[in-house]
Design a protein around this ligand. Structure first.
Ligand SMILES: [Zn+2]
Length: 347
């Protein structure tokens, strides 16, 4: 048998060449596809099969495809329905549903989506649509929103902006103030509220009574969240309220939560709670014939309209170093929002 002599130096040469080759190979970047004109969704009545995206050219790709999508619509019956109609042909149903939740999350310091919306309210949305190599389509990010409430004076705007150093982006209004505030507008997350848009009826008495709080119909056991940082001043049974918690906030305002099935652990007078933390669970204790949460805002012992009492003043401003970058983003986002044509004008 012939002896094969391998010189050690050849290994070194091969290894070096391999390293050079690896170094020279371009890295596979996430491919970004920016539509020059935002895709306009304006085909009410046309129901293409879900996942079958007519205008979108699906390229064979082993990378994610990312594009931006501008959607606009009018709210006729509910936020879900409006987004469902506006996103037809552009997003699968699951993504359209998710979008309603995202919208509620973005404005959770400003708008109680289960209460504050009226027929005729308009929204414009700019979203990043991500298509996975397996064909799944999701909304990866909401870049901007304009929400024009019929009762409101100015449209609410939200612009997504990543400040360097923070892992998640925040939403700012057009003037560069953070949408975050000291109080959440609702004690339940929008996705858990079962009340139907437009229903202004009391879940138990049928008629909407001139009663001192807001009732949220939700499944028994739904987590109830503190609307702001504060201290528990009452946790126990109280007449018609059933299992009730009162939280005093720094500005002296008290938030009240009634009819709860049970409380989260350690809820007793003196306990400190943080905004969004779970304080208990929806139930039907006290004067309640169905599971719901009674929510009240009290100032000086008197119940106030949460819509007015929780009106937030501007949040933290954009750091001064980021202002010019933000202004560029804002101009771009608002211009793109303007190009979205309203999908479901008449109904
Ligand atoms: Zn009530």
């Amino acid at each position: 048998m012939k002896q094969v002599r391998v010189r050690p130096v050849s290994y070194a040469v091969v290894a070096t060449l391999a390293l050079v080759a690896i170094w020279l190979t371009p890295s596979l970047e996430q491919r970004k596809v920016f539509a020059l004109h935002p895709v306009v969704v304006a085909r009410p009545g046309v129901e293409p099969a879900d996942f079958h995206l007519n205008p979108l050219v699906v390229e064979a790709s082993n990378t994610d495809l990312l594009d931006t999508l501008a959607i606009a619509g009018v709210i006729h019956s509910s936020l879900y329905n409006a987004l469902n109609e506006s996103g037809v042909g552009q997003l699968p149903p699951s993504a359209r549903h998710q979008l309603a939740w995202s919208l509620a999350d973005i404005f959770e310091y400003k708008v109680d989506m289960s209460r504050d919306l009226r027929a005729g309210d308009k929204f414009h949305l700019l979203v990043e649509r991500l298509q996975k190599p397996n064909g799944a389509i999701i909304v990866s990010k909401v870049l901007g929103v304009r929400l024009a409430l019929s009762g409101g004076t100015n449209p609410l705007e939200a612009i997504h902006f990543d400040t360097p150093g923070s892992s998640t982006g925040q939403y700012y209004d057009a003037s560069g103030m953070s949408l975050r505030a000291a109080f959440l507008r609702a004690p339940l997350t929008f996705r858990r509220i079962s009340s139907i848009f437009g229903a202004r009826k009391h879940p138990i008495f049928g008629q909407w009574r001139n009663h001192t709080g807001t009732d949220y119909a939700a499944a028994e056991g739904t987590p109830v969240r503190a609307i702001g940082d504060g201290v528990v001043i009452f946790a126990g049974r109280k007449g018609g309220y059933g299992n009730m918690i009162d939280i005093r906030h720094r500005n002296g305002m008290v938030s009240r939560y009634g009819h709860m099935r049970n409380f989260a652990p350690a809820m007793r007078p003196g306990t400190r709670v943080t905004m969004g933390s779970t304080i208990g669970y929806v139930g039907m204790t006290g004067w309640a014939t169905g599971p719901h949460l009674h929510f009240e805002i009290r100032v000086g012992g008197v119940a106030h309209d949460p819509k007015l009492a929780l009106q937030s003043r501007g949040g933290e401003p954009i750091p001064s170093g980021e202002r010019s970058l933000f202004q560029k983003m804002r101009t771009q986002t608002l211009a793109s929002l303007n190009q979205a044509r309203v999908a479901n004008v008449s109904e």
